[in-house]
Design a protein around this ligand. Structure first.
Ligand code: NAP
Ligand code: HSE
Length: 446
């Protein structure tokens, strides 16, 4: 370990004295989730930002409207221009959506030397290059992780982590609403209309749902990803587009029978030095990683020369996931405001983490027991689990003459409770031996 580096004053600069002040433009599905994170996790965010982070103003259309978050009094205003010109505000977060007044407000904020965070794919996919040029000229950050695939970090990996590689192809499920509808049609044979109404109720749809259904939303996101992947401007109009309105339940069923899933797929690739970008419904073999992406989940599958195939997966819509990406960007911008603080790294941690004892881990087990096949065996095996407070989720018995095999899966209990059960089972006279035991992961319980 290099102690000089650890103590180097160049690595950790003193955080800014005052708080970093945030002006939020919009407090709908996404804005209210962002406000909640900023208000509830203020002190945790301070360590990552290098300074306290304070929600200073929230601009909306109608200040009287009830909100999904309790805002301190005096924060809400309908004067968005006042927010972007307020000299005490450091970072403007635009989550109003639409082209205007969002574009004008972002430009004004940039001119006023404020860092900007936005989730507005529609605006970025048409005017991203002008906005970036304005931010470069003003020397401020324009960050937009939430504009593509909601809570999935994909903008930063393409911009930074893969900067040393060549992207051959980007293939994604970029629209939560249409993926939700296609999943419901595939798995429940639910009608298009019912599935759409549910997506709307859950807050996934755009104000105009045809933006989702006709592929405009996915096309805008693909334009942003293509620009990042190929280092040249791609706008929504460059993306060939077809939506899902012609896909029927019969198509989905037939695809299923042949081993395929129908998905709205966005594809960008470089062919002979030219970018090809398109969004359309496509049949994917069920074995393809994107075929397993269900409901409102999004995924981006990236093929590169050196890293090979990568997949980024998660929730692409909804307030919480989108707020996660936005607050991540706020942290980056706040670090720019607070000085040369590069973000938390090992040398910033004061304390050793508290490590939980291995026996305390919550686990489920699959257990196979060889037992005698006679009355009362199942009851005494079950009682042994109960003695250690381990509940049995399922049990199957297969007989083999005098002997039988019991296959059990437990509900969640601690590792220590399970180990106690196993040692009791080993001494139980009706148990010949424990044939197999293995932890079960990936269920809803753990
Ligand atoms: P939303 O629920 O419709 O909220 C929009 C907010 O902006 C509302 O609070 C509205 O005020 C305010 N607003 C609109 N026009 C305004 C104006 N002219 N002046 C002041 N305030 C104005 O929209 P959203 O779903 O949160 O989406 C916001 C942005 O995030 C969009 O760019 C969207 O594409 C993007 N995004 C959304 C999701 C998602 O899952 N929803 C995911 C990723 C990205 P009132 O409440 O007073 O009407
Ligand atoms: N309407 C969008 C979707 C919201 O369904 O994916 C996230 O951008």
């Amino acid at each position: 370990m290099n102690d000089d580096h650890q103590n180097s004053p160049d690595v950790v600069a003193a955080p800014a004295a005052g708080p970093v002040r945030i002006g939020l433009l919009g407090c709908g599905v996404v804005g209210s989730a962002v406000a909640r994170v900023l208000l509830e996790q203020g002190s945790a965010l301070q360590n990552r930002a290098g300074a306290p982070v304070e929600l200073a103003a929230v601009a909306v259309r109608d200040p009287q409207k009830p909100r999904n978050v309790e805002l301190p009094s005096g924060l809400v205003t309908n004067d968005a221009r006042g927010v972007v010109s307020d000299p005490t505000i450091d970072i403007v977060v635009e989550v109003m959506g639409g082209m205007e007044p969002a574009a004008r407000l972002i430009i004004e904020a940039i001119r006023n030397k404020k860092h900007v965070v936005t989730a507005n794919k529609e605006l970025l996919a048409s005017s991203g290059s002008e906005l970036m040029a304005a931010a470069d000229a003003a020397g401020v950050d324009l960050l937009f992780e939430a504009s593509v695939a909601g809570g999935i970090p994909v903008v930063r990996p393409l911009k930074e982590s893969l900067a040393g590689d060549r992207v051959r192809r980007v293939m994604g499920i970029l629209n939560g609403t249409t993926n939700f509808i296609l999943t419901r049609m595939s798995e429940n044979e639910e009608s298009f209309e019912i599935a759409l109404a549910e997506a709307d109720r859950l807050g996934y749809t755009e104000a105009d749902p045809s933006a989702d259904l006709e592929g405009h939303d996915a096309a805008a996101k693909l334009a942003i990803l293509s620009s990042l992947a190929y280092g040249a401007h791609v706008v929504t109009g460059d993306v060939e587009r077809e939506g899902i309105t012609k896909v029927s339940v019969d198509d989905v069923r037939a695809a299923h029978d042949m081993g395929y899933e129908i998905k709205l797929v966005a594809v960008a690739e470089e062919v002979d030095g030219m970018v090809s970008a398109r969004v359309h419904p496509a049949m994917l073999p069920k074995t393809h990683p994107l075929a397993a992406v269900r409901n409102e989940f999004n995924a981006v599958f990236v093929e590169t020369d050196h890293a090979g195939e990568l997949m980024f997966y998660g929730r692409g819509a909804g307030g919480g996931p989108t707020a996660s990406a936005i607050v991540g960007d706020i942290m980056e911008a706040a670090r720019s405001v607070s000085g040369a603080f590069q973000g938390p790294a090992y040398h910033h941690y004061d304390e050793k983490a508290a490590i939980r004892a291995p026996g305390e881990a919550a686990v489920r087990y699959y257990i196979v027991l060889s037992v005698l096949d006679r009355p009362g065996v199942l009851a005494s095996v079950a009682a042994t689990f109960a003695d250690s407070n381990v509940s049995i989720a399922s049990v199957r018995q297969e007989g083999h003459g005098q002997a039988a095999t019991l296959t059990l899966i437990t509900h969640t209990a601690t590792e220590a409770q399970h180990q106690e059960t196993f040692s009791r089972l080993e001494h139980l006279d009706v148990v010949d031996r424990i044939e197999s035991q293995m932890r079960v992961l990936g269920t809803d319980e753990v």
